[in-house]
Design a protein around this ligand. Structure first.
Ligand code: FES
Ligand code: FES
Length: 156
């Protein structure tokens, strides 16, 4: 079937198998490999992207279900050369080791701060609770999102 998806503001048209997942469409059809394929079963959270601004697990969604929606991946989070504060803070706080979970952590954090300017520690824990990090533990990631929130409030 022919499928047209809008990803990071760009429309992509591809001929695909009707059963292709959104994750495989992103990685295999349009070469956006920032979104990671971990379990492919809806358990690790590493495949998180935004659908109309909200996080979804792209391995659990058929690409065809995303037609007509705005999809944002990690490649669409920075503005030109300007990283999002969540991205910068993750680097500054040493919250990245292998980096496999990092795109999903960014997608989670960006979503949280898009609708909650002053998240509590519990809010932050909750927002990343669906994504597994095998390296850092979660303390540094939580601290990075907290720092990004403070920076965004002070610049507003
Ligand atoms: S790859 Fe989608 S949840 Fe693990
Ligand atoms: S930094 Fe390696 S899985 Fe999170």
């Amino acid at each position: 079937m022919e499928l047209a998806l809008k990803v990071n503001g760009v429309k992509y048209i591809r001929s695909v198998d009707s059963g292709i997942t959104l994750l495989d469409f992103l990685r295999e059809e349009i070469d956006l490999t920032g979104t990671k394929k971990g379990c492919d079963l809806g358990e690790c959270g590493c495949c998180t992207v935004h659908l109309d601004g909200k996080p979804v697990l792209s391995c659990l969604m058929l690409a065809v279900e995303a037609e007509g929606h705005e999809i944002t991946t990690i490649e669409g989070i920075a503005t030109g050369n300007q990283y999002h504060p969540v991205q910068t803070s993750l680097v500054e706080e040493g919250a990245i080791q292998c980096g496999f979970c990092t795109p999903a952590m960014v997608m989670n954090g960006v979503y949280l701060l898009s609708h909650n300017k002053k998240p509590s520690k519990a809010d932050i824990k909750e927002c990343i609770s669906g994504t597994i990090c095998r390296c850092t533990g979660y303390t540094k990631i939580e601290k990075a999102i907290e720092k990004a929130a403070q920076q965004m409030v002070s610049k507003a």
